[in-house]
Every structure is written in structure tokens, then in C-alpha cells.
Design a protein around this ligand. Sequence first.
Ligand SMILES: *Cc1c(COP(=O)(O)O)cnc(C)c1O
Length: 384
Amino acid sequence: MLLGDDGEQRPTIFAEMSALAVSTGAINLGQGFPDEDGPAEVLEAARQAISDGVNQYPPGLGMPVLRNAIAAHQERFYGLGVDPDREVLVTAGATEALAATILALTEEGDELVTLEPFYDSYAAIAGLASVRHVTVPLRGSDFQPDHDELRAAVTDRTRIILINDPHNPTGSILSRQTLELIVELAHEHDAIIVTDEVYEHLVFGERHIPIASLPGARERTVSISSGGKTFSTTGWKIGWITAPAELIQAILAVKQFLTFVNGAPFQPAIAVGLGLPDSFFADAAATLEAKCGLLSAGLVAAGFTVSRPRGGYFVIADAAPLGFTDADEACRRLPELAGVVGIPVTAFVRPERRDEYGSLIRFAFCKKTEVLERASAQLADLHR
Ligand SMILES: *Cc1c(COP(=O)(O)O)cnc(C)c1O
């Protein structure tokens, strides 16, 4: 529950839509979690760890086996050499990594620049850290930031430029030119770059470029990822940070009083996941891309205008062609009209910018093929 402007407790739109899915029996494409288990080896490794007695507090930085696997992963996929003992920190999901990073590296009154729409925890953490949240809107059907708007948003007051690439909710990927501009602006204004890359492996037919791999970026970049999305283990909450040692130390100083540590038996299991062959990662992306195509086709048949996500779990559909100017209203009606639940994109933007994204709905396609087929068929019926 969140407190509204009027001081009333009210459920978030996420809770409201999930409740609506339950009460109407509609297919819930609101929340972004998979409805199928990830790789069997990873699940088995967690069971084995519990049997082997890996059930007490792990080390503060995370278990060596996982830190080594994270470092090896950065080298294997991106050619980034990372010291597993000084430049890696295991966290309670990407969520804790974000919170600890922002709390550790900002002071009251600093500015945090993010893209908009943004993952909902960014604004909440900005509030907790008492920093000013400045946003750069993503524009056009490919949801890219305008370079002049980006330049205008980053100033000497900016402490952190936080990007999310691939992006939730839009599925967009930042171009190399935009990444280069962000590095340039970070240098010019002495800001730190924080990058949320939880969808790094769920990219459709192209290669993820971590901003830390660009010239001049490493020494001022905090890279955040998580096993949740890649291995369909969102409930395990094993995330991690790679960053220069001094930044890791500062973040650890906060992190130790948030959760201290978490998920001992899941840490070696995620290490197994990170070491899976390339084919696992390629198949995970290809499977998800096919699911995206399936749901997108249903949304198009229903009459929505649909953007083409380049990665992640979500597709954005514009309800305006169906006569809805207000996506909140469309989302409240969709369960009864098509038996499907989505989330209005306004849940990821600030009140000032509601109108710009007012008719857009986010649908999750990280669901079983038969569920997406059913959703697609129901949506297609909407148009008849
Ligand atoms: C799911 C998600 C997270 C949270 O990751 P956890 O590891 O579950 O904490 C963070 N950022 C984005 C953009 C996400 O979609």
C-alpha cells in the first residue's frame, strides 16, 4: 500500500491489477515474472547446496564461488577483467544493489538522472536517499532519449546517471552513440554511471553492449545485474554489482546494514547458471523473442499499435487506436473485454508526464507459450 496525495492508503496499480486478474480469472500479463522454471542444473545445485549444509550466513561480499563466476562471466561475454575479491559484491537482487548504491554514493540534495519511464523502485530509492530525481523522457516508437534533452538533464549537481539497458518497461536498447554521450557527460560533470542490466541476456538477435566496456567508463561505472530474469529465478533474489574497488567498499558499507547477506544456497546455484554454455543464453533469448512475437501478433490483431521490443520481458501497446486515451481505464476494462491484464505505462512515469504516455499499456510475455496463445486468441476476438 502507498499513501496517496490525500493521505489515503491505496494499493499500487500493480496490486490492483493482480487483484483484478484473480477476481475476473483474466490472464495476468501485468507482473513480470516467468511461469516456468529455469534450467534444471541451476535448480538442482540449490537443492544440493541445502543438503550440503550451505545454510548459514555467507561472506559479506558473497560466496567466492559466485564472485568468481561473476568475474568469469564478465570476461567471457564482455572481455571485462574484474577482480572477484575486490570488484564484485553479491546483493539481495538488483533491487538491493540499486538501493545500496544510491544510498552510498549520494548526499541529500544531489541529483539522480534516470530515463523515463523508469522501473518503479528508482523513484522510491531517490526518495529514501533524499536526492532530486531528474528524468530524460524516452521518445518515439523506439523509445530513445533525445541527446539535447540528455545534455540538459546532466549538470554539476548530477551525482549519478542511472540507466537501464535493456529497458523495462519499453524493451528499448540504448545506441552506442547514446552510451558514449552518457560517458562523456559523466566525465564532464564528474558523475557516476549506474547501469541496471538485469535483461543483459534477454536481447533479441543483437549483442548487449555494457556501458562499462566503453572507453573511459569503467572507472566511474557501477554495473548491476541479477540472476532472476536470466535464469527464471526471480524469487531467489541473487543480484550483484561489479565496480571499481573503492565504490564497492562504499556500497558495502551501506549494504551490510540493509540485508547484510542473503540466499546462501542460491549463490552457488547462480554460479552454476553463469557458467552454462553459450547455447543456454542464446536459447533463452530466442525462446523469449518467439513469445514476444506471439503476444505482439495478438495485440496487433486486437487493434493496438505495438512497439517492437529489442529485449526484456515486456511489449508496449498503444490503446489509442481502440478508442482509449487513458490506459488506466483501458487496463481496468481489459479483463472483462479480453480476459487479459496489463499495466498502464503511467505507473512508470511521474505525474507531470502522464499525458505523454497516457494511452500506453505494458504487457509481459515471459509466460508459457500456451498462456500467450490463449491471451492472443482472446485479444484477437476483441476486434470482431
Ligand atoms: C526485475 C527488475 C529488477 C529487480 O531485480 P531483482 O534481482 O529481482 O531485485 C531491477 N531492475 C529492473 C529493470 C527489473 O526489471
